[in-house]
Design a protein around this ligand. Structure first.
Ligand code: GTQ
Ligand code: FE2
Length: 364
């Protein structure tokens, strides 16, 4: 019996695929649709971690786990269940809650991933960034740019909790993670005589105005390392007074260039009016939100996420995001959009109307 022409071709095709696989070649025509998707298909899913769940666990960690060289930090990372066990909030972003008990210190180190801290609760901690001790109070934003030495010192008698955001998964994807422990003497940088040097060198007035000055050719982190809540709140008041929008958004910027605070990470605060309901917007780039004040909810791709102070939630790239507040509220936003902007591939789409809500997220 002879094979039909079709069968012969099928057999030859199978043999071709086998021979290609055997020499580590992959035919694009079989995977085009899964690679070149019409829109981003993040693996990370919209998710929320509530303060009510995280804080008691962080307190147990304070009791049980000392902060030591090697482990370096008492940090609980937001592990997005869509990422198959990788400890990241989204494909490109690390998000976490970090805590220090009274009089504890976390040793100095540096790494190529850049970090931002948004302070939730407590007093008495400072982060020393390349020798500049930046005092931390609730609502403050503190930067630790790439390859800057940093340690955290709790000089007070209260527990302190803050949000950490890093570009770690992005830098890992670029195979560019380097890390170094402070060579000493001692685990921490020398106690500086003065605190908040960068803050005094950059007086208020230019901290929240995007694109104020021509940007440098090489992306650079902001030389201002700390943005105070009092200044942020005053700027929000000023902006909100001039507008009747339901949501007022303010981006923290490099005061010398008007660029994002770090080359890879952008930070903003959003104030949502009491009873306010913003438009539904899709943006390329991943986003982590931290609720700071008030109470409200955000609809992400049709699912409603209720939030209150200390809750953290993720809106993956290109998800439809729509904020509403029951009382006047403040959200902190961390995004990798500066990278997409620098590459000329950032996209934004305002949807024509509110989303149809198909469910409400139940936090664990
Ligand atoms: O505080 O230096 O959440 O190095 C992850 C890695 C915090 C930090 C994190 C870090 C830090
Ligand atoms: Fe670090």
């Amino acid at each position: 019996m002879t094979a039909s022409p079709e069968t012969r071709t099928d057999l030859e095709l199978e043999a071709l695929y086998r021979d290609l696989a055997a020499v580590d070649l992959r035919p694009l025509w079989t995977i085009t649709e899964q690679l070149l998707t019409p829109t981003p298909q993040p693996r990370a899913v919209p998710w929320l971690w509530s303060a009510a769940t995280m804080k008691p666990l962080a307190r147990r960690a304070i009791e049980l786990v000392p902060v030591e060289r090697g482990g370096e930090r008492r940090v609980l990372s937001l592990q997005n269940p869509g990422l198959g066990g990788r400890p990241y909030a989204a494909g490109t972003l690390w998000g976490a809650i970090q805590c220090l008990g009274p009089r504890e210190t976390a040793p100095a180190h540096r790494h190529t991933p850049g970090a931002v801290r948004w302070v939730l609760e407590g007093e008495g901690v400072w982060t020393t960034v390349d020798g500049d001790a930046c005092d931390m109070h609730p609502g403050d934003l503190v930067l630790t740019p790439s390859w800057n030495w940093h340690d955290h010192v709790n000089g007070g008698d209260s527990e302190m909790f803050w949000f950490d955001g890093l570009d770690l998964p992005m830098i890992e994807a670029l195979d560019a993670v380097f890390f170094e422990q402070y060579p000493g003497p001692g685990e921490n940088q020398p106690a500086p005589a003065e605190h908040n040097v960068s803050e005094r060198a950059h007086p208020p007035g230019t901290r929240y105005v995007r694109g104020a000055v021509d940007g440098p050719l090489t992306p650079a982190p902001s030389p201002l390392l700390v943005y105070r809540w009092a200044d942020t709140a005053a700027e929000l008041d000023r902006l909100a007074a001039d507008s009747d929008e339901p949501v007022t958004t303010l981006e923290y910027v490099n005061p010398t260039t008007g660029a994002s605070v770090l080359p890879t990470l952008g930070c903003s605060v959003l104030r949502v009016r009491a009873g306010g309901h913003g438009p539904a917007v899709r943006r390329s780039g991943n986003a982590v939100f931290v609720a700071f004040q008030g109470a409200g909810s955000t609809v992400i791709d049709g699912q409603r996420f209720h939030w209150g102070p200390g809750d953290m939630f993720v809106a993956p790239s290109w998800s439809a995001v729509e904020h509403a507040a029951d009382e006047e509220s403040v959200l902190f936003l961390l995004t990798d959009a500066p990278v997409l902007r620098a590459l000329g591939i950032h996209r934004e789409q305002v949807l024509p109307g509110p989303q149809t809500v198909t469910g409400t997220f139940t936090p664990r």
